[in-house]
Design a protein around this ligand. Structure first.
Ligand SMILES: C[S@@+](CC[C@H](N)C(=O)[O-])C[C@H]1O[C@@H](n2cnc3c(N)ncnc32)[C@H](O)[C@@H]1O
Length: 297
């Protein structure tokens, strides 16, 4: 669409809703609203104060590009370029998994565990393995001010996004660092035996699962799949964590609900205690494994 200087944001909003509906988008109204807010550069609460203002050439160009991408099927989060996660507004694009509400619950569990092991009274070291956008580790850094947080990922592209998000959290970012590498290989050796918490949302989709088109077409494959039963990475992390954790250390790991029984059994091979907690929808979502049986050598 081109602007001759007489087009209002209200007209663009109506146009966007119709075009998205015609393209078969099931959330056309809310997607259109988010796209117009972003093109206008306003917060959601400000949109209705802006609707009768005339759009700028730049605003229309941004609007057109976002609309074309959304109609092509790209997820709204990537199209907008940022997404809310707990208290954060994270930069996201197709280099990283879109942060999910289920993972907000996993952070809740991790914060509870940190408090239980004294994280409000002393400094603790937290490692977010497979950090993607940095959603988990950065939330912990912001919500618990006595943590030192290390973000890792095997994808350099993902870590570039996480680094941009470290810069976006202000002073809390000074307590966060990032390193590339295969799971624990990314950690400096002097952390061996001293990590208070490993928190992770590893790939956990089994080979046989058919994912929605929007997920498998756009989100990074390396963030999704993990072997025949989806547990290759969980198995590796639980098996290797003992060498890195302090004696009171804990692993908090996001899982798929149907994996609950198997992951608890796996965890009990390497930890004194393991439980799986259900999220707000009642589905098993977070494994907590406490006190490793095999400490650092
Ligand atoms: C399910 S995504 C989670 C991203 C982010 N933590 C979140 O919750 O939104 C899994 C992440 O693990 C990373 N990953 C996959 N295999 C890995 C490996 N062998 N070592 C380190 N990171 C890995 C992927 O690149 C991806 O960023």
């Amino acid at each position: 669409m081109s602007s001759d200087g007489t087009l209002s944001w209200r007209e663009l909003l109506s146009e966007a809703t119709q075009r998205l509906q015609s393209a078969g988008n099931e959330s056309a109204e809310s997607d259109a609203r988010r796209i117009v807010e972003t093109a206008a550069g306003v917060e959601p609460v400000e949109l209705f104060l802006t609707l009768d203002e005339l759009v700028t050439e730049r605003g229309v160009a941004h609007f057109d590009s976002m609309m074309a991408r959304r109609i092509e099927g790209e997820p709204l989060q990537y199209v907008l370029g940022s997404w809310a996660f707990r208290t954060l507004d994270l930069m996201v694009d197709s280099r990283v998994l879109i942060p999910r509400p289920e993972t907000e619950f996993v952070v809740e569990v991790a914060l509870g565990e940190l408090d239980r092991i004294g994280g409000t009274e002393r400094e603790t070291t937290v490692v977010d393995l497979g950090t993607g956008s940095g959603a988990i580790g950065l939330s912990i850094a912001v919500e618990r001010v006595r943590t030192r947080v290390l973000l890792t990922d095997e994808s350099q592209d993902a870590l570039d996004v996480a680094r941009a998000n470290i810069a976006g959290i202000g002073r809390s970012g000074a307590r966060v660092s990032a390193a590339v590498g295969n799971w624990f290989d990314a950690l400096p050796v002097d952390l061996r035996g001293s990590v208070d918490m490993v928190v992770t949302n590893p790939p956990y989709v089994a080979e046989s699962v058919v994912l929605p088109e929007e997920v498998h077409r756009w989100e990074p494959a390396g963030a999704l799949w993990s072997g025949l039963d989806g547990l290759d990475d969980v198995r590796h992390i639980l098996g290797a964590a003992g060498e890195w954790l302090a004696p009171t250390g804990v692993v908090v790991c996001e899982i798929s609900p149907e994996q609950s029984g198997v992951v608890r059994t796996l965890a009990l091979e390497a930890f004194s205690e393991a439980e799986v907690l259900a999220d707000l929808t009642g589905r098993d979502r977070a494994l907590v494994a406490r006190r490793p049986l095999r400490a650092a050598v």
